[in-house]
Design a protein around this ligand. Structure first.
Ligand code: ASP
Length: 587
């Protein structure tokens, strides 16, 4: 090897040894009588010191030609530092060089390779290989690596087998939009990249693998957000001969193991909440339960007092933004504007403060005498200093808006501490959801999810079909959906019925999913599983909202890789070979 040690390794124990380090020049400083080079590699930083009259003048001359990010090999003797830096692991020693060799010079990087950089997002993505030299970014990828190893350890310990499934598969009409790949050998035909290995892992269960997992790339051609990338990674799992309870316990075990291994945190148990309860208490199927601020429904108290907004609204409810009574008029006006933003969609906001003496002052005093407002106070379990925030309107829309307001107040009140973690299983999701635009039902999870056996009869009538619950569950941590899964259908007839409910003719179902329906006739075991979003899990453990920070080479918000400049046009010759009509953009 070109080096004897790394730049993070040397300690006082090494004093007196001759060593060779290789790395990048973080910076050089020349104070006349003494000059320094900070040499960096993945493992850390080591100081090289050149003292006038001690180290050779020729070395000093060499130092003058070094720039940031030059790749250097340094041989020298480890020596105790005059002034130690106890913030650096190598801060008690330095190297007195006997030779310096430039392994490769470097152009001045387009942004500072420091923890706090001056580079904007686009520039850092274009030069991602330089951004990855920065400690915080590298640490994110180290965290990802550690999590991946811990996931493998746990699942391997539970007899899960890691199996790779194909990346070139078949486009299906359900779910998100597919990325497709033209097939040269089959003109006019296309593969699709998997949105998940769902059907393959189910087939592995039919094959008898019993417990499968894969840390796997999935592809969805959807509009991007901070927590979405066109290609992302899932921890994909499936088990045979299990109930929902077994799956929840197995993966609760995984979550507990990860928190213990990576963060040294103990979780007694992951609480469970039904979808219906989550919607009722928090207006959200992925509630952030780090804080309470639960919905209080106020139809009974609010209606019939002559306040038209409440009287005319189908649903009135609010939250108690505890300790916020000191909000100024200006702050409340600003909050009012906030709830009216199109993304939130409320038409207005009614507030009531509980003053120090317990008197409630509200924006609708005119309609509600103190005696009524005191009833509100009781309903909200409010104390002096609290601020009640009320919304009214169509129930579904208002629940959504109130949920957003609750999260916003949670953030403003500092209740969303990045270092506290509140996991939750949300269970009993509806099987189907109605698409108004398409005028048909869609599978809420996916078409392979099993209805709850006790709700099967509800499938028979159009009136009750929307009430059918599924054996489907999501893992939510701090209001982020970390993953989800279900017990699957393993019976051909039930699966065929499901396809028909989703609007497939028998022929279409056979053409799209015939392989699965057929497989169910060859001894399919009862099975179920889930997939956890690995990028999201990493960002959650890393205390960041952006999954991009935890992906080595991510795409930007337009789905572009600006480093390799992709997507990009392909030549007419390539298009022709793929039997795709040439385009104006082709080269
Ligand atoms: N394949 C599902 C998904 O990607 C997860 C599962 O049901 O296992 O959401």
């Amino acid at each position: 090897m070109l080096r004897t040690h790394t730049c993070g390794e040397l300690r006082p124990d090494h004093i007196g040894q001759t060593v060779t380090l290789c790395g990048w020049v973080q910076r050089t400083r020349d104070k006349g009588s003494i000059a320094w080079i900070d040499l960096r590699d993945r493992y850390g930083l080591t100081q090289i010191a050149l003292e006038e009259g001690v180290e050779a003048d020729s070395l000093r001359e060499q130092l003058r030609h070094l720039g940031r990010e030059f790749v250097l090999s340094v041989t020298g003797v480890v020596q105790e530092r005059y002034s130690k830096n106890d913030k650096m692991p190598t801060g008690a020693i330095e190297i007195r060089p006997t030779s310096l060799e430039i392994l490769n010079p470097a152009k001045l990087p387009p942004f500072l390779i420091e923890d706090d950089t001056d580079g904007g997002d686009d520039l850092r993505l274009k030069y991602r290989y330089l951004d990855l030299r920065r400690t915080p970014v590298r640490n994110n990828l180290m965290l990802r690596h550690k999590l991946a190893q811990a996931v493998r350890r746990y699942l391997d310990g539970q007899e899960f087998i890691e199996v790779e499934t194909p990346v070139l598969i078949k486009s299906t009409p359900e779910g998100a939009r597919d990325f497709v790949v033209p097939s040269r050998m089959n003109p006019g035909e296309f593969y699709a990249l998997p949105q998940s290995p769902q059907t393959f892992k189910q087939l592995l269960m039919v094959s008898g693998f019993d417990r499968y997992f894969q840390i796997v790339k999935c592809f969805r051609d959807e509009d991007l957000r901070a927590d979405r990338q066109p290609e992302f990674t899932q921890i994909d799992c499936e088990m045979s001969f299990v109930t929902q309870e077994d799956i929840l316990n197995m993966f609760e075990g995984l979550v507990r193991y990860l928190f213990k291994e990576i963060k040294d945190l103990d979780f007694p148990e992951v609480p469970r909440m039904t979808y219906a309860e989550a919607m009722h208490r928090f207006g959200n199927d992925k509630p952030d339960v780090r804080f309470a601020m639960e919905f209080v429904e106020l139809n009974d108290l609010a209606k019939g007092h002559g306040f038209p907004v409440f009287d005319n609204a189908p649903w009135v409810a609010g939250i108690n933004a505890i300790t916020s009574a000191a909000y100024t008029r200006k702050q409340i006006d600003e909050l009012m504007e906030w709830v009216k933003r199109p993304q939130i969609g409320a038409t207005g906001l009614v507030y009531a403060r509980v003053e120090a003496d317990g008197v409630v002052k509200s924006s609708v005093d005119k309609f509600y005498p103190q005696e009524e407002l005191q009833k509100w106070k009781t309903a909200f379990n409010a104390n002096p200093g609290d601020l009640l925030l009320l919304l009214a309107g169509d129930e579904n829309k208002t629940r959504k808006a109130l949920s957003e307001l609750r999260l916003e107040m949670g953030r403003r009140l500092g209740l969303c501490d990045k270092n506290s973690f509140a996991p939750l299983w949300v269970v009993d999701f509806p099987l189907l959801e109605f698409g108004e635009e398409e005028n048909r039902y869609f599978a809420m999870h996916h078409p392979f999810t099993s209805p709850k056996p006790e709700d099967l009869a509800l499938l028979d009538s159009p009136e009750t079909i929307g009430q059918v619950r599924a054996n489907a569950y999501d893992l939510v941590i701090n209001g982020v959906e970390i993953g989800g899964g279900s017990i699957r259908i393993h019976d051909r007839a039930v699966q065929a019925r499901m396809f028909s409910l989703l609007g497939f003719t028998d022929e279409e179902a056979q053409a799209q999913f015939g392989f699965l329906l057929d497989a169910f006739e060859y001894g399919a075991p009862p099975h179920g599983g889930l997939a956890l979003g690995f990028d999201r899990l990493c960002s959650l453990f890393g205390g960041s909202d952006s999954i991009r920070d935890f992906i080595a080479f991510p795409k930007n918000n337009s789905g572009r890789d600006v480093m390799i400049d992709s997507p990009s046009p392909i030549s007419d010759a390539q298009l022709k070979e793929l039997s795709i009509a040439t385009t104006v953009g082709g080269k």
